[in-house]
Design a protein around this ligand. Sequence first.
Ligand code: SF4
Ligand code: SF4
Length: 182
Amino acid sequence: MKAEPKNFPQSGASSAGVGMWYLTGILGGLKITLTHLLRNLFFKKKRITLNYPEEKYTYSPRFKGNHVLTVKKDGSLRCTACMLCATACPAECITIVAAEHDDPRVEKYPIKYEIDMLRCVFCGFCEEACPVDAIRMGPEWQTPDLADGNFIYDIKRLAYRPQLKGGVLSVVDDEERHQAGI
Ligand code: SF4
Ligand code: SF4
């Protein structure tokens, strides 16, 4: 069966009508673009974007960002190297090496505690699993770096990086802990 020819606009008047339709659309688009450009130039407070990295968004303290190993009042690590966080971690990115503590009341402590941030999925399970408030996830979220090795966060970086200003104090008190037998 012979196919019917399609009805495209052929006359000069119809072509001019289609051209005007496009022109209206283009002018409408330019108006929106110019409105946003002028508003962003002259009304900075109304901007919904930030000039990153000069300007940074401040997240809530409850934001689950980079990990922090908390410290005791004397500045030593709160962690007892119980391995619960490493066991709960679905990404298997926590490595802990435990050692015996000189203080007989403290069973163990970590001589090595590392988190591979390139494998971490920021799920928060480690924080939930810890029985002594030794690991928390803080509001810091920036992790860019230049070499693979710098994404393995060690004790120095997790507990004593400059941003922590000497370390984050754990809410678990030593004496209360010893009385509770943990
Ligand atoms: S946040 Fe999740 S993936 Fe990351 S170290 Fe903790 S448990 Fe592992
Ligand atoms: S669960 Fe807490 S105390 Fe146990 S190894 Fe992890 S950070 Fe340390």
